[in-house]
Ligand binder design. Structure first.
Ligand code: MOS
Length: 729
């Protein structure tokens, strides 16, 4: 049976009334031991009987046509089983909900590194050798490699807003800020490279992949292969990070499946780190102009946020840069607009907190500048501009603890001791400063299903095609079921990452915990009704704890109630229309202390703190890890991370983890994370909101604001390199 729940009304806070007491607890990941002992098998670790190895061949020109690939010479090489240059392998992959594959000629090369063929051999070494030996000739065409000088620029209507009169508000303001900020292209750089192992049994494909949203990925893969969805099964029980780069299928999945079908053998395709950088989606660079106007009371009268991003021609995705600017601060005159430069670089797509991750950097830097122009404390200025209602739609807000997070974080960080005048603290060569920024990230939910079974032995099984991309899905779904059914977490088993299981939201946009979690909640609630019925009472009278059901003077063990046969319920969560009625987001505040070396220009982050409110926190440990991770991305955005593209042909220059600088342990100071107690009744029936992307959404701005406080340098180009500090001193 399927129990359905549509989020159209406020729900009782059932998880505050249950008795087990495991929800919110910082429970270890149930699969943690498997991971640290190497027993959790990732896609590339599958070794199947008779498996052949495929290596993708990537285009060595930035734009043009494949005129000839000398397949014959390569076919004669040792171990080579096949060379495939099926045009479907050349297609830019669609990615789940984030864009569609533009139409493309079969031999067309649109960016440097685009897969143009797959070479399959008996061993990985033979396949790689042959792939490197494959002579491909191209008819090269001139490309657009510079986003600032691109020949084609689109202006999507969905990103445009013109409310009131921004120019007039700027002209008549007490204080104005008009600044341009840039952010660098970034790569998700997930630890686990993209990989697929494909095996056909008759006309049915099983793909061991590393993907975030299986129900969408199955549809994409079926579409790419020209088969029915029912013929495709994807298994992705463990994913070593995705951050958006695995939202949709990539070339390795399609290539492995096509080659396996052609060869009649299982085929494994694993991208090298260089291929991941060259071929999978990355985050666009941005150029953002922020305009703010304020009156003498420090109230914003206008906000302008115009940005320029890039993507391949025809690709529907564009970074929603101003996403949180729409709802975060007051100001009746508002203008947002976007330009999408069409360039020959690999597809841009969603990377952790698409929109806020870069948009908040510009906005929160400009807010710091305006606070200073007004002579106001940055927190006081922000609090003064928290709107009563959504300044564009008029919607009320659901739970919103922005002011609380700023106050609480300020207290913990020692904000009071900050001297607002820049360049006042010095320790030898080092200038010391502190800064803050607000955190905000829209809250998303999406339809999700799960099956929960109360087995004859009184234990529970949770099944859904939901993924755990390192976020803690196994833990939180376990805790929700354990809490609802009154079981110790050890008595709950969670199976994920298999398209044969009920289809979930998938992991993306920080919606997984709330969406998939709600489906488990709905299924468990139906089971509680059944249990109450068997005990002869109403569900509201029922207490479930440690495997025992109690109501009034009746009492039974769960395994007794399920003795005549396992009880199984499927739960379905649907978002409904609540999202349209209320503005929902997670909020927070970042604080950073930096030391900037006046001789070398080096910036070290000495301390960093984040205080967040994201509804009910389902697992305090996994949520904290998400926020810490997000803040480390913030350090990367502020100081180290930048993909560099060669202006001559668009190739990625720093296409490995030696050249693409992710902050390492030595770059990351102790990072404090605090969650405020919150329930969001409008978000979902478990009152939680997205937390995975919240920790990055504004984090880097706190660091640049701290650099200003340390040095008096207003830097607006991310990342800040030592030479930017030195050139100004
Ligand atoms: Mo996320 S960038 O939607 O994985």
């Amino acid at each position: 049976m399927t129990a359905r729940f549509t989020m159209d009304e406020t729900q009782p806070r059932l998880l505050d009334e249950t008795a087990q007491g495991v929800i919110h607890e910082p429970m270890d990941r149930p699969e943690g031991r498997l991971k640290v002992t190497g027993c959790a098998r990732y896609a590339a670790e599958h070794v199947l009987e008779g498996m052949a190895e495929g290596v993708l061949v990537r285009a060595r020109v930035g734009r043009g046509r494949v005129s000839c690939a000398d397949e014959e010479a390569v076919r004669a090489m040792p171990g080579v089983l096949g060379v495939y240059s099926d045009s479907r392998m050349l297609q830019v992959p669609a990615h789940g909900g984030a864009g569609t594959a533009p139409a493309q000629g079969p031999d067309e090369v649109r960016y440097f590194g685009q897969p143009v063929a797959l070479v399959v051999a008996e061993t990985p070494q033979q396949a790689r050798h042959a792939a490197e030996a494959l002579q491909v000739t191209y008819e090269e065409e001139p490309g657009d490699f510079d986003p600032d000088a691109a020949g084609t620029v689109d202006r999507p209507d969905k990103r445009a807003l013109d409310q009131g009169d921004l120019d007039q508000a700027m002209a008549g303001a007490h204080r104005t800020v008009d600044v341009t900020c840039t952010t660098a292209p970034q790569h998700a750089a997930a630890m686990e490279p993209h990989a697929a192992v494909a095996v056909w049994e008759g006309d049915r494909l099983t793909l061991h992949g590393t993907l975030q949203m299986l129900k969408h990925n199955r549809a994409e893969l079926a579409d790419a292969l020209g088969v029915a969805e029912e013929q495709v099964r994807i298994l992705s029980p463990h994913v070593g990070g995705g951050f958006g780069s695995k939202l949709g299928i990539s070339a390795e999945s399609v290539a492995a499946a096509l080659a396996a079908r052609a060869l009649g053998r299982p085929v494994r395709v694993v991208m090298s780190r260089q291929q991941v950088f060259e071929t999978t989606t990355h985050r666009t660079a941005t150029r953002q102009r922020i305009r703010l106007a304020a009156d003498a009371d420090g109230r914003l009268t206008a906000i302008g946020h115009e940005d320029r991003v890039y993507n391949l021609p025809g690709n529907a995705f564009s970074e929603p840069t101003a996403q949180s600017t729409h709802f975060l601060y007051a100001g009746e005159n508002r203008r947002m607009a976007q330009e999408v430069a069409r360039v020959n670089r690999a597809c841009t797509g969603a990377v952790r907190a698409p929109g806020e991750a870069v948009g908040m950097l510009a906005l929160e830097g400009a807010m710091d500048e305006m606070a200073e122009a007004l002579g106001l404390d940055p927190i006081a200025f922000r609090k003064r501009n928290i709107p009563q209602r959504h300044p564009e739609t008029g919607q009320p807000y659901s739970a919103r603890a922005l002011a609380g997070c700023m106050d609480d974080g300020a207290r913990r960080f020692g904000w009071e001791a900050r001297d607002p005048r820049p360049a006042q603290r010095r320790e030898g060569e080092w200038w010391i400063g502190i800064g803050m920024a607000a955190a905000a990230r829209v809250n998303l939910v999406s339809p999700s299903r799960a099956r929960v079974t109360l087995r004859e032995d009184g234990s529970a099984l949770v099944e859904t095609d939901m993924t755990d991309i390192g976020t803690g899905t196994y833990a939180i779904l376990n805790q929700i079921a354990a809490e609802m059914l009154g079981l110790s977490p050890a008595r709950v088993e969670v199976r994920l990452g298999d398209t044969d299981l009920p289809p979930a939201s998938g992991s993306g946009g920080s919606m997984g915990a709330s969406s998939a979690g709600s489906s488990v909640f709905v299924a468990c609630r139906a089971l509680r009704k059944t249990v109450a019925g068997r005990l002869g009472c109403h569900e509201h009278e029922l207490t479930l704890k440690d495997g025992t059901a109690t109501c009034a003077n009746r009492r039974a063990r769960l395994h007794e109630l399920a003795a005549s046969g396992a009880l199984s319920e499927e739960g379905e969560f649907r978002p409904g229309t609540t999202k349209k009625q209320v503005s929902q987001a997670s909020y927070g505040a970042f604080f950073a202390e930096v030391a900037v070396n006046g001789v070398t220009g080096e910036t070290r982050v000495r301390r960093m703190d984040g205080t967040f409110a994201a509804g009910r926190i389902l697992n305090e440990k996994t949520a904290r890890s998400q926020c810490q991770g997000g803040m480390i991305w913030g350090i990367g955005a502020a100081l180290t991370e930048e993909m560099v593209f060669d202006p001559r042909d668009g190739h990625v220059v720093n296409r490995d983890l030696a050249g693409y600088h992710i902050p390492v342990n030595a770059d990351a100071p102790p990072i404090g994370v605090t969650f405020l107690e919150e329930r969001d009744d409008h978000a979902c029936p478990i009152q939680s909101k997205g937390v995975g992307e919240l920790g990055i959404s504004g984090a880097g701005a706190a660091i640049l604001n701290a650099i200003y406080n340390a040095t008096g340098l207003r830097l607006r180009d991310y990342p800040v390199r030592p030479e930017a500090i030195l050139s100004d001193t």
